[in-house]
Design a protein around this ligand. Structure first.
Ligand code: ATP
Length: 310
């Protein structure tokens, strides 16, 4: 149960409870020279099995950054389900809101070619069964200051969770990935939207980040557009946009940089930090993560983030 009941170093209050309603996948990654074309079989060089899913990654990032995350989601009744659940527990995530469904867990089948380009098949499995909030979700949301949402669960479930989070008094934060049309009934329940620049462009049709930000602020009260190595652009209705540059670092693997950012931002915000401080905390966390290989295994812990902030 992670940091439950403890305190974290530079923050004297209780460890903040962060709820995450999202996907849990097992990533099955094959490394090959060239991906097979239709009907072809090729020999792979290496295989890795890595726990993933945007929801699970954000929850792990929040735990590493000093929060007390509780997960709302589902795994299958297969061997992956057992591994995915225990991986979350080992990484400090409360799984009391994770249900087990008959059938397979979520799986992402990833082929990485030499040179780094990849192709991915996601089979949602148990994630696809989370079409609504479940018994117990409202109770778990009650004590949470922030609710993190993404779009890897069925839309009806995400809409219901945003509403329930709002009703429980949590700040509702949506990462709109994979990018898609955002229905009004979802946006009604969202306080803060965190797209990367490609998602912001896909949603608004505006490729210039300031214009995309302005357009998104018509739909939700607060927006962060993440700009990769260029940092983040933050806006709040009625306020001036704020650009926070990222730290100059040697990036080796940017997988899950956005999820690291969201998990750390949720913790900083839940601790009551001002937006600019919370953005710097989250930027430092994600800048550390891109200097290491892996997704959840590359996420820095709180002391590393504080050291990087100086
Ligand atoms: P991913 O899909 O890989 O998880 P993303 O596309 O959602 O990432 P990005 O905008 O690429 O999100 O990155 C999120 C944040 O991570 C950035 O706003 C920045 O703070 C940090 N970051 C990403 N790339 C770099 C980099 N090369 N150097 C420093 N910080 C970076």
């Amino acid at each position: 149960m992670g940091n439950l009941g403890g305190v974290n170093s530079a923050h004297s209050g209780p460890v903040p409870r962060i709820a995450v309603f999202g996907s849990i996948n097992m990533d099955l990654v094959a490394y090959v020279e060239t991906a097979p074309s239709r009907g072809e079989t090729v020999m792979g060089r290496e295989f890795r099995q890595v726990p993933g899913g945007k929801g699970a990654n954000q929850a792990v990032a929040a735990a590493r950054a000093g929060g007390d995350p509780v997960f709302l989601g589902a795994v299958g009744d297969d061997a992956f389900g057992v591994q995915l659940r225990s991986n979350l527990v080992e990484r400090g995530v409360d799984v009391s809101g994770v249900s087990t469904h008959e059938g397979s867990s979520g799986v992402a089948h990833i082929v990485v070619e030499d040179g780094g380009s990849n192709s991915i098949i996601v089979v949602p499995g148990a994630n696809g069964a989370v079409t609504a909030t479940r018994e117990g979700d409202a109770r778990l949301l009650e004590g949470s200051s922030v609710l993190l949402l993404q779009l890897e669960l069925p839309m009806s479930g995400v809409v219901a969770a945003a509403r329930a989070g709002r009703a429980a008094g949590a700040l509702t934060v949506l990462t709109p990935a994979p990018a898609r049309e955002l229905p009004a009934e979802l946006l009604e329940g969202v306080d803060l939207l965190v797209p990367n620049q490609h998602e912001a462009a896909a949603i608004t049709g505006e490729t210039e980040p300031h214009r995309a930000l302005e357009e998104l602020l018509r739909r939700v009260p607060e927006v962060i557009v993440t700009l990769g190595a260029d940092g983040v652009l933050y806006g709040r209705r009625g306020g001036e946009p704020l650009h926070v540059p990222s730290q100059r670092v040697e990036a080796v693997d940017t997988t899950a940089a956005g999820d690291t950012f969201c998990g750390a931002f949720a913790v900083a915000r839940a601790e009551g930090r001002a937006p600019e401080d919370a953005l710097r905390f989250a930027s430092a966390a994600s800048a550390l993560s891109v200097q290491r290989f892996g997704a959840s295994t590359s996420m820095p812990d709180r002391s590393e983030i504080e050291t990087a902030l100086g």
